[in-house]
Design a protein around this ligand. Structure first.
Ligand code: SAH
Length: 340
């Protein structure tokens, strides 16, 4: 097992199981996440025999960075995983800090019609360490601190639920990478049973729902998942989440030209979300060469925005980022075979 997959509690249990004191977990965390060593041998305040035991029980390696593409305020990373699979992560420099968009799976099975990442069917879930080390590698490569993490890279986080929950615990740990819960956002296309499970976790992280249409007929056309979990179930699950957690929910809404950007849909969306503690993030669609959808004109986006606003729905338009290096939302992919 890779040591970056362990929460501090797991490490405490491990040390107790080998007859050592729990606080060794804290020391180990300090080496891994504060001092950022790359080998067990560098953990110089830990006894030699324990180091040997750690070496026997764990690995400490990270994926390799195969390629970095730099754009304005954006850096796209391609990683090679141990088994040769490829994933991407994207670092964005905002005025409020550095935000990393992390991948959670190799490929994706959700089958959203507009998304590049889903063109490669899911090959496997990422392990916890494969998610944690995306952050470590980018911080090390750019010599920066990441302040925000969004789980919006390749994959559906709630289709890799247990690993994603542990990943959140590890990066949120004050003695680990220490990214504040409110600076972490998990985005789902709407897997209702997992939204319900997530509600019970009582995590202070942000929840975002990929909405993209205000009714089942349209949503089912562009998002397969809607056939399994229709909108009413998603909204009901969000209502329960809001009752249990005092956190605002984000609804993401990609603006697809002549598909979901009509004024009547803005009105329908306003009715659907009325009274919910939420805001809508309108996302200018990033066109990709393999998919026929087009982005809405900015005038149309602004009209949609105005209608939501007039109906007292909190709304923002997402800043466009990274399309010059195909690092924008929905442009990440695992399938690099055609290029290499
Ligand atoms: N699977 C998760 C998280 C990954 S996608 C989810 O569906 O929420 C992150 C966001 O980018 C989602 O809202 C997704 O629908 C959106 N997206 C996908 N393709 C896009 C594209 N080409 N342009 C803009 N946003 C896109």
């Amino acid at each position: 097992m890779n040591i970056y997959s362990l929460s501090r509690k797991d490490l405490e249990n491990y040390f107790e199981s080998i007859g050592e004191k729990k606080f060794k977990a804290l020391q180990t965390y300090d080496w891994l996440y504060k001092k950022r060593v790359n080998s067990f041998d560098e953990m110089t305040n830990i006894k030699k025999e324990i180091i040997e035991k750690l070496k026997k029980d764990f690995t400490i390696d990270k994926p390799e960075i195969v390629k970095v593409q730099n754009g304005k305020d954006v850096h796209k990373y391609l990683f090679n995983l141990k088994d040769g699979e490829k994933i991407e992560a994207v670092l964005m420099n905002h005025d409020y800090g550095n935000s990393l968009c992390v991948s959670t799976q190799v490929g994706c099975n959700m089958g959203c019609a507009f998304c590049e990442s889903g063109r490669l069917k899911k090959r496997r879930n990422l392990s916890v360490d494969e998610m944690v080390t995306q952050i470590l590698l980018v911080e090390e490569n750019l010599k920066i601190r990441i302040s925000h993490v969004v789980l919006m890279g390749i994959g559906e986080p709630f289709d890799n639920y247990d690993n994603v929950m542990k990943f959140i615990d590890i990066i949120n740990d004050d003695n680990g990478i220490a990214i504040g819960a409110r600076h972490i956002t998990v985005s789902t296309c709407g897997i209702v049973p997992k939204i319900k499970e997530f509600t019970k976790e009582k995590k202070q992280v942000n929840l975002a729902i990929s909405m993209h249409a205000p009714n089942d007929e349209l949503r089912s056309k562009i998002m397969n998942i809607n056939k399994a979990y229709p909108l009413k179930e998603v909204i009901d699950a969000v209502k329960d989440y809001l009752k249990a957690n005092n956190r605002k929910v984000t609804f993401e809404y990609i603006m697809l030209k002549d598909i979901n950007d009509k004024e009547k849909y803005a009105i329908e969306l306003s009715h659907l979300l009325k009274g919910l503690n939420c805001y809508v993030n309108l996302i200018p669609y990033n066109e990709t060469s393999h998919i026929e959808f087009k982005k809405s004109d900015s005038k149309v986006v602004m009209k949609f925005y105005d209608i939501l606003k007039k109906n007292k729905i909190n709304v923002t338009v997402r800043r466009e980022f990274g399309s010059e290096v195909e690092a924008a939302c929905g442009q990440l992919r695992s399938n690099y075979k055609e290029e290499i």
